[in-house]
Design a protein around this ligand. Structure first.
Ligand code: HEC
Length: 106
């Protein structure tokens, strides 16, 4: 399991690194590399992985900058956030923040 996750992280990392070198990506395009863990549209079904859908944009921006710059550390997210530019972080955060989440009891 752990090696599968690390392999996934490596794939995402290389996808993000390549994307930084090629054309600019939209928030939706960047988000495609997040949803395998954070769930479709950022609604997580994976224990230990938080939902991003409907989070406030400023919160997401701050957390991603903290992962990238080392104030917040996590085995997977620190690697994933590394290649993101400020513009990437703004775009992907705005994309996940665009959703409104409705609550109901389980
Ligand atoms: C390999 C799985 C995986 C991928 C891919 C992934 N994440 Fe995460 N992410 C996690 C996990 C696990 C956490 C919880 C970290 C912790 O416990 O501190 C997390 C936490 C976060 C948080 C903090 C949320 C909070 O409520 O504190 C943000 C923001 C985030 N991820 C954004 C992203 C974005 C944007 C992408 C795509 C560029 C992405 N993640 C890709 C696994 C992943």
């Amino acid at each position: 399991m752990k090696s599968v996750i690390l392999f996934s992280v490596a794939l995402v990392f290389s996808a993000l690194t390549n994307s930084a070198l090629s054309a600019e990506k939209t928030g939706a395009e960047i988000a495609q590399s997040c949803t395998m863990c954070h769930g479709e549209n950022g609604l997580s079904k994976m224990p230990g992985t938080p939902s991003l859908a409907g989070q406030s944009e400023i919160y997401l921006v701050n957390q991603l900058r903290h992962f990238r710059d080392g104030q917040r550390q996590h085995e997977q997210m620190s690697v994933i956030a590394k290649p993101l530019t400020n513009a990437d972080i703004d775009k992907v955060s705005a994309w996940f923040a665009q959703f409104e989440v409705e609550l109901k009891k389980r």
